[in-house]
Design a protein around this ligand. Structure first.
Ligand code: MG
Ligand code: MG
Length: 272
């Protein structure tokens, strides 16, 4: 069942989303050459506790992972793309790091992710991150009331193809609200004009992720981390979005940071 949210409930999700956006922006600046992934994890745990928020990841036991998860971040480095398990790893120059987090505040959840290059970027990695951010923006722009879910998916898939990447549609976006993963599934590729109608009050997480040279994935021995099957690097961008009468509203905006790569999607595509 899909629960449509009132304007007040969307505002409450926006309160959570603002915290998520701010913390992600902060984590992006903490991530640097020589920093351990566990430092990022502990930094996030402290912030979440201070805010009185609740991690949606902690104790999460989904069908696709070896639960329960005992971290508040997913940290995916280089060929890892989704559900990266924070572990004792010191970031190196040129690493491509994806940070994903979801928390609840007063019962309302927001979910967002970004990818960043630590240290010196390569053009290939910047292009990959840019593609996920442009696809995210295209997906958000397509999340207009009266459109269909397939329009969002098609917009994302179209950008992937324009950049020369293939799309894996096993893992994608999702409904979100009182819990992190709700119906509907928001695939990262599809046919425009198909699928459920987008109605004001629908809240979804849109999250394109692409691997540089494959659409196949493999699971790490840690039981969580998903990697590209061919070892190529991958990137991930995500926002929580509400469909409103006035258009899509990004609930997880990030403070603009013009000094580092990987910030093209930081500004909401539309607000209402
Ligand atoms: Mg996420
Ligand atoms: Mg998500």
């Amino acid at each position: 069942m899909i629960e449509l949210k009132s304007a007040e409930e969307i505002d409450q999700m926006g309160v959570t989303g603002q915290f998520v956006g701010e913390l992600l922006a902060e984590l992006r600046t903490v991530a640097a050459v020589g920093v351990n992934l566990m430092d990022l994890e502990h930094h996030a745990r402290r912030r979440i506790e201070e805010r009185g928020a609740e991690s949606c990841y902690w104790d999460y036991t989904p069908s696709f992972g070896r639960g329960p998860f005992r971290n508040v971040l997913c940290l995916s480095v280089n060929d890892a793309v989704l559900h990266g398990l924070p572990h004792d790893y010191v970031l190196r120059d040129g690493d491509l790091l994806s940070i994903d987090m979801a928390v609840g505040i007063d019962g309302w959840v927001a979910d967002s992710a970004l990818s960043v290059i630590v240290g010196t970027p390569t053009p290939d990695d910047l292009k990959l991150i840019e593609a996920t951010e442009v696809a995210l923006k295209a997906g958000i722009d397509a999340a207009q009331p009266g459109n269909r879910l397939g329009d969002v998916s098609a917009a994302i898939g179209g950008i992937a193809r324009r950049y020369g990447y293939r799309v894996n549609s096993e893992f994608g976006g999702h409904g979100i609200g009182r819990t992190m993963h709700e119906a509907p599934h928001v695939a990262n590729d599809g046919r425009s004009g198909r699928g459920m109608k987008l109605t004001p009050g629908l809240t979804i997480a849109i999250e394109p992720w692409f691997c540089r040279s494959t659409d196949k994935i493999k699971f790490d021995e840690d039981g969580w981390t998903i990697r590209s099957a061919d070892g190529s690097r991958s990137a991930h961008s995500e926002h929580t979005v509400a469909i409103t009468k006035a258009g899509p509203r990004v609930l997880t905006p990030r403070p603009v940071d013009g000094t580092r790569p990987g910030n093209l999607s930081d500004q909401p595509a539309a607000t209402s």
